[in-house]
Design a protein around this ligand. Sequence first.
Ligand code: IMP
Ligand code: MG
Length: 189
Amino acid sequence: MSELNTGKSDKLVINNEVFVSFLSEEVIQKRVKELAEQISEDYKGKLPIFIGVLNGAFVFMADLIKNLSINCEIDFFKLSSYGDSKISSGNVRMLKELNCDVNERDIVIVEDIVDSGLSIKYIEQIFNKFTPTSMKVCSLLMKPDSLKYNVKIDYIGFKIPTKFVIGYGLDYAQKYRNLKSIYVLSDEV
Ligand code: IMP
Ligand code: MG
């Protein structure tokens, strides 16, 4: 079955697991706008490069840059750590490298979600080899109770509990990224 009957339903049943509505499209869009306004203010007169972490960040990043009132450039990294499971493998691999020169540039890393912080830690290490003027991290979601690495997230959309979420770029076994809102795995079966 590959039909995605989302509409605006409050509940999705996927492989006998129940996901319930968590962050609505309206709530997400309002917060993305606020983040874009804050970033536009902070980078006034500058030309930052927004670097999205694929695949998850592409939906958020598209909305974020559309709401900026400053000019920007973009690029993407592709990392892999989750495979098709709901739990991080603890390993990060680089699957797509950057195509831009980050030296002497203002960099904003864009993530869908910071869980353990491993991906951000890995990205910070990559950037240690370069000399960006500045580097900040913007993540739509963050699970503060899951953090295992000492990372600083400069712009956070929403702090959420340690639960598995899908939609708005976030996947479950590569699917459901195209949901306009975010759903959380409930304890219900
Ligand atoms: P970290 O490296 O442990 O911080 O994990 C970050 C990456 O794991 C994110 O970029 C997501 O792709 C993925 N991830 C973490 N939590 C979730 C979730 O609840 N749903 C879907 N993907 C997640
Ligand atoms: Mg991801």
